[in-house]
Design a protein around this ligand. Structure first.
Ligand SMILES: [Zn+2]
Length: 424
């Protein structure tokens, strides 16, 4: 096959390999190839390896990209975001800076409900515009595929509005957007004292309508004390699965409510957060192949001393992914490089493990490891050229944007740190 796009003069290419997640002693299996070359055709990689060994036919009019003797890695997969939200919670942030806890603020009528109010009020076009800006920022920081959740509507029409915005973004933005219906993010204010009624609305109205409109691939639920109980989580997960949704569970974020084992029992693709996951829960996740999506931006932003037990998980054979959890209340960032840095600095992951967690393992958490997450023939040409010669600088040179160029399906969408204006 002839290449129509070639990236050459690559100081080192650092990538995982394969179509399944890397776990245990293999969790840091990164291939680092010096003086590499990558070639693609119609957006798919046809060669990725040493330049000297490259046997690539070159099509007429091939586009050649000089990486400038810098490092190349796969595009980041941000597998957990709450992208389509309206409003801002800087007031609550200031209260937290003065020592009030996230739970105290929620109990006082703030928290998720504040964002629900703003998201219900905003028009679909406005929600699209602000979400698009965030997605642009994600792209500038190297994210080429993003999961995004509803969950700030908490009624049929507002949940559908958020999901329609995601469908429009998926069709118009270079970043691949994968949608999750998280109508069980919290209980809406109008059903605080009649929770079972809202659970029936989810079961009988929201999930069937979302499924019928083809608006979401995943269902996600916040199992936590004061939010959904473990039993409610189980009932709703089983209902969603029966309708054809793949499952995710926000589990053991602020306390151990048995969320990790619930995720294993209901066959969830991934469990999220897991700061308080029990050893038993971790063992069950390993046995069931549930991806642990760790979100180290949250304990940083909530100023907690705790972090998810990434090392225990890796040693137990759990596939670990990392993501931003972009949201206005507990992790307001679009930056995957920051998350990789926190994975190393706070959760003691190796740089290789953190990069695998942000690419191949995250892709598996979205059931996309067969087509993204590593640089190898057959997969999409989603690649990042860094500003430095080595991928080590992703963490070593922290707090800056390390991304020079973003390539999405063989197209340059960020060059020299700037977005290319023409949208697809
Ligand atoms: Zn979340």
């Amino acid at each position: 096959m002839k290449a129509d796009f070639i990236v050459e003069n690559i100081s080192e290419m650092a990538t995982a390999a394969g179509r399944s997640p890397l776990t245990g002693t293999h969790a840091s299996d990164l291939r680092v190839i010096r003086d590499a070359l990558i070639a693609s055709h119609n957006g798919r990689i046809i060669y990725a390896g040493p330049r000297k060994a490259a046997d690539v036919e070159v099509a007429h009019g091939v586009r050649r990209m000089d990486a400038g003797a810098r490092a190349v890695i796969p595009g980041f997969v941000d597998s957990h975001t709450h992208l389509p939200f309206a409003g801002d919670r800087s007031n609550e942030f200031l209260m937290r800076m003065q020592g009030r806890s996230y739970q105290e603020i929620a109990a006082g009528g703030g928290g998720i409900v504040t964002t629900v109010r703003a998201t219900r009020e905003i028009s679909e076009d406005e929600l699209f515009a602000i979400s698009q800006e965030r997605l642009d920022r994600m792209l500038l920081y190297g994210t080429t595929t993003a999961e995004a959740k509803s969950g700030y509507g908490l009624d049929l029409e507002s949940e559908m509005k958020q999901l329609r915005v995601l469908r429009r973004l998926a069709a118009s933005h270079p970043v691949t957007v994968i949608s999750t219906c998280m109508c069980a993010h919290d209980f809406p204010p109008e059903y605080r004292s009649s929770r079972d009624e809202y659970i029936s609305i989810i079961s009988d109205q929201i999930l069937p309508a979302v499924r019928q409109a083809g608006l979401a691939e995943f269902f996600d639920i916040f199992v936590e004390s004061g939010v959904y109980t473990r039993l409610q989580g189980e009932v709703l997960c089983r209902r969603a699965a029966s309708l054809g949704f793949l499952l995710k569970v926000h589990a053991d974020e602020l306390s151990d409510t048995g969320g990790a084992s619930l995720a294993a029992e209901v066959g969830a693709v991934s469990a999220e957060h897991l700061l308080f996951a029990s050893e038993e829960g971790i063992k069950k996740m390993a046995a069931a192949g549930v991806v642990a999506t760790l979100l180290p931006g949250v304990p940083l932003f909530l100023m907690m001393d705790r972090h998810a037990p990434a090392r225990t998980m890796i040693e137990s054979g759990v596939a670990v992914a990392v993501a931003t959890d972009l949201n206005p209340g507990s992790s307001y960032t679009e930056s995957m490089p920051l998350i990789i840095q926190l994975a190393c600095f706070r959760m003691k992951m190796k740089i290789e493990e953190a990069l695998v967690a942000a690419t191949l393992n995250a892709a598996h958490g979205l059931r996309r490891a067969h087509e993204i997450g590593s640089l190898e023939p057959g997969k999409w040409m989603d690649a990042l050229i860094l500003n430095s010669r080595s991928f080590i600088d992703l963490v070593y040179h922290f707090g800056v944007n390390p991304i020079n160029t973003v390539i999405k399906r063989g197209r340059i969408v960020v060059g020299n740190g700037y977005l290319k204006k023409d949208r697809k």
